[in-house]
Write a protein that binds this ligand. Structure first.
Ligand code: SF4
Length: 288
């Protein structure tokens, strides 16, 4: 009988790194398995920036009732320094006044860098939207999509149905060209690019299923080296999702349903950092 299984975007991306890590998470309750292969404090930098800067900005930009919606509207045609100044004055400084004692200097620096990079990346996107440049107040709601929306879509594997769900970091639309850009904020070093990329491709697939538009992807790094966002065009995203996601979803379905478990391809760099290295082959066989 075909069964329906559910998976979060983050767990599907974990399966991309290693199906056994997904199995440890969902079948053995190993809550830290997702951290294998992720360097340092990156996750916390990304989460801090997302919750306290980007989410607040996108909420205000997409909601005309917000007290600084008008300031954002006036800044979008002023280039990156105008956008950056609104974010710093209305979001970052109030955050620091309330929470700086709870943050490390590294976290504060990462947030500050993220504001500069995000402002520049968004301003480039805005510049290609003539309707927004002409009448920002009237067009903000079609450009800025409210953050934290849960997207859900199903993928029919030969063995059964997989329902994939998750909340993206930030999404912009260009209604004039029918384009979209998904932003993900990561504190990982750039050497970990496959970690945020696989997650972003799954969110892109969800955006495409919901809107019919394949977004381009901007990954914004908050670490020391990551001063420029890494942009993947919509065409790149289309090719990578078409070539990578069917196999990934089928593998994830196999792990969750415990039917047709995929082969584990050992990645020596990843396995060298993995606490399950000595026993994962036996544990995997026990699931078969
Ligand atoms: S040792 Fe390697 S193959 Fe085994 S669970 Fe860890 S990452 Fe996966």
């Amino acid at each position: 009988m075909r069964r329906t299984c559910y998976i979060s975007v983050s767990n599907a991306a974990l399966c991309q790194r290693c199906p056994a890590l997904l199995a440890y998470t969902v079948h053995r309750g190993e809550k830290d398995a997702w951290k294998v292969g992720i360097n340092g404090s990156g996750y916390y930098y990304g989460t801090l920036f997302h919750r306290n800067i980007a989410q607040v900005f996108f909420e205000a930009a997409s909601n005309p009732a917000s007290p600084f919606h008008g300031k954002i509207a006036r800044s979008v045609s002023g280039g990156n320094s105008a956008v950056e100044s609104v974010i710093r004055g209305n979001i970052f400084i109030p955050f620091l006044e309330a929470h700086s004692e709870e943050c490390t200097s590294g976290q504060i620096m990462a947030m500050s860098r993220g504001i500069t990079v995000l402002s520049r990346a968004m301003s480039e996107f805005f510049a290609a939207i003539p309707s927004l440049m002409r009448s920002p107040e009237e067009n903000m709601r079609t450009v800025f999509i409210p953050p934290e929306q849960k997207l859900k879509a199903c993928y029919d594997c030969p063995e059964g149905r997989l329902i994939v769900a998750g909340k993206y970091d930030a999404l912009l639309f260009n209604p004039d060209r029918g384009e979209a850009r998904l932003f993900e904020f990561k504190g990982y070093t750039k050497s970990d690019v496959t970690v945020p990329l696989s997650q972003s491709l799954i969110y892109s697939w969800l955006v495409w299923k919901k809107t019919g538009v394949v977004p381009s992807v901007g990954i914004i790094y908050l670490d020391d080296e990551g001063r420029e966002p890494v942009i993947f065009s919509a065409e790149n995203v289309r090719e990578m999702t078409a070539s990578g996601l069917p196999g990934l979803f089928r593998a994830a379905y196999g792990v969750i349903s415990l039917k047709n478990l995929p082969e584990i391809m050992r990645d020596e760099n990843l396995c060298a950092k993995c606490p399950f290295s000595a026993r994962c082959a036996d544990d995997w066989r026990s699931l078969l």
